[in-house]
Design a protein around this ligand. Sequence first.
Ligand SMILES: [Zn+2]
Length: 154
Amino acid sequence: MKFAADRMLGKLAKWLRIMGQDVIYGPHLTGYGLIRAARQEDRLILTRDGRLKQKQPPDYIFVESDRYREQLRQVVKACGLEPLAQAFTRCLECNAVLEPRAKDAVKALVPPYVASTQERFFACPRCNRVYWPATHHERMLEELRTLALLETRN
Ligand SMILES: [Zn+2]
């Protein structure tokens, strides 16, 4: 499943990427720009724009809340996503799928403390940003677990 999020949904886009979902997002993604991008790449539109439907868009989800947690719940539910299944597999900045990297290959690119305490690293093939499990990672995981629990209860 691939998504195109309108420019009002930055935080939702980021959280879907944390879940490993393929989401394009940017300032150009509004109105007809959003519709064009979604058509070109066969993406499901996520929008807060109530007037978008007058522009005859392809498939879309009208996101009801302006709070990201509720937005995320709506999309997870509507699309049957599993919040933890592919978590942390995608670059949060540019949406590319991360690749595993040997510690030696990234040692010079991360803080010394990280290099000496972490064993598993991933990097983005597009922007070269290096990722590793860290404190913020734990907080994100907690958030996704909560979301997954809520989904199984409903
Ligand atoms: Zn990247």
